[in-house]
Design a protein around this ligand. Sequence first.
Ligand SMILES: [Zn+2]
Ligand SMILES: [Zn+2]
Length: 356
Amino acid sequence: MQLRHRWPITCHIIPVNVHINSYKSSPITYACNNELRKCTDCLGWAARDASGVLSPYKFTRRAVQSDDVSIKITHCGVCYAEVVFPRNKHGDAIYPLVPGHEIAGIVQEVGSNVSGFKVGDHVGVGTYVNSCRECDYCNGRLEVYCEKGVVYTYNRPDFDGTITQGGFSTYIVVHQRYCFRIPDAYPLASAAPLLCAGITVYSPMMRHKMNQPGKSLGVIGLGGLGHMAVKFGKALGLNVTALAKSLDFIIDTVSADHSFDFYLSLLKTAGVLVVLGVPNEVKLKPRSLILGMKSISGSGVGGTKEMQEMLDFCAAHKIYPNIEIIPIQYVNEAIERLIKKDVKYRFVVDIENSLK
Ligand SMILES: [Zn+2]
Ligand SMILES: [Zn+2]
């Protein structure tokens, strides 16, 4: 019998099916015996039911294995996913559920095969922590589109059968492939939102060659994603505009239902509109695409290669998300404010100083 977990579309994560049992034959299944396991208590804040209210929760991470990095978490961003999953909006919540997938911190231990990271390095973890590492997408460093289903940072079964838990916690253990260098001079609090909001915008911009100065970019929705699109656009020398005619590219971050015909009419010939928000459906008249050879495209976070590029790019160009730093004790209120769009533009939880 094969267990199938349906993973519906959410925030800006792509939908995939996760075939739990298919991992059992995988050569990368973790050897989890008691000798390898070091039981260290991890303190997190978890939702216990569909109210989504977070409260303190103690649990155990896996022991550090040869390719693993253990990270003392200093900061974690608050993404709209922190509304969707703790409140079981898709009916797949596994409680207790520790959310958080914009994780920044400091390496505290590395496995014997880890060469790219050492204790004390500043690092980040984004929306996924595992993938098959064998398929075409993994080989192309686009792991988020892994054919076997990427393992998300929380609320998913990992290859060892444990349920992943997110970054509203004191530390995380992750395979080195899904861990990213944060340049030393870059503030860890600012780095956190890059790990989901930043990469979600950066990836489609690079894929559609929106790194050529002089091209024109329109942004719909100025929130956690949209404000990063504006910052990237300016750093890349694009004409970032309030919505006007003749745009090369539009980034649409709006999750409320809306008609796409108007926005498509603003594109020049062969222009592209990329959908990053999650309205219930995309409504448009086909002629909006046909006349002018226009495209509508989707995108979900990004692969590991472009994640590192994006972090280095932000450091080189001094691009910082606008953040409001909060203690973990404020997180439930922050999530309520996020729902009301009462944040400019990202909450970041100061884990290091408040989660004790
Ligand atoms: Zn997110
Ligand atoms: Zn794969």
